[in-house]
Design a protein around this ligand. Sequence first.
Ligand code: GLY
Length: 347
Amino acid sequence: MLERHQIEAPDGRICEIAIGRGIANAAALVLPNAGRVGVVAQPTVEQLATKLAVEIGDSGTAADVLVLPDGDEAKNLLTVESVYEWLNRQGFTRHDMLVAVGGGALTDVAGFVAATYLRGIEVSYLPTTLLGAVDASIGGKTGVNVGGKNLAGAFRHPARVVVDLDIIDALPEGLLREGAAETVKAGFIADEEIIAEYERAGLGAEIDVVVPAAIRVKVETVQSDFTEQGRRAFLNYGHTLGHAVEIAAGISHGDAVAIGMVAAGAVSAAAVGFAHHERQQEIIGRIGLPVNVPGLERAEVECLMGRDKKRDREGLRMVLLEDFGRPLLRHVDEDLLEVGFAAIGVE
Ligand code: GLY
């Protein structure tokens, strides 16, 4: 199986996405006219990055590897600066490119560097986590945390994204579970097949079914609304409370989105008659994701939510569901917020 997509940004930049097995190679990732390649990678996939750099070198393009610190704590301007300095030392020009090998935090940083270094160089992504494959690597959102999640960033597509399902299939259970939160989210907002597959098999859901389906949801959404003027915000289902509990509780993005979706499901039931709140919670639980987060200070969570990018002058907006596949963006008052907090054990 080899599935291909293209997304065109409003400025005409094209992102090519390939999904298949055994497709992570130099030819798939490196643009034919690249002068030299800087491979940036997280420590857990250094071996894969090094193998790729050797292969790129063998094909006639100079390539070096820079290993960056792992995880969301390293998704900051210090890491960005360390990549700029590395590129400076190598004398990078606009004809050279980056290849980012890693999870969502790594590709977000690499994308931000590519968007800004020399006012823009090319980058390709090889996502090595499920979360990265179905969400972070697709759609051109790049950025770093500056006192809040992803508050500094730029919209800019990578040139290519190569999703190798062999890499995803080999992931440990914890990373599959974390990525399942964003994968099943794509189902809740737009694809019954994904919901049915997770409902059937929990974490044993077929990667060949759910990953291409979730990427299709993301591609269609981003293609219609690259800069999030409307429909793209639906991809943030579960993220308004999710981002706040992620920081307040110090938990993973996937766990936080799972909890955020439980809260958003409860608010949806109260505000717009969503009938599947309990079913949704059962599916999330069946995957092995958390459905509540007791012990958090409500004031802290509310303060963190105040920094949410979907807040406008009239207050907080949340993505809700009228039904599976029918999301909407709505202002949420204190009473509705209370319903969401109660559903996830925040008092
Ligand atoms: N992760 C949500 C988006 O890309 O819009």
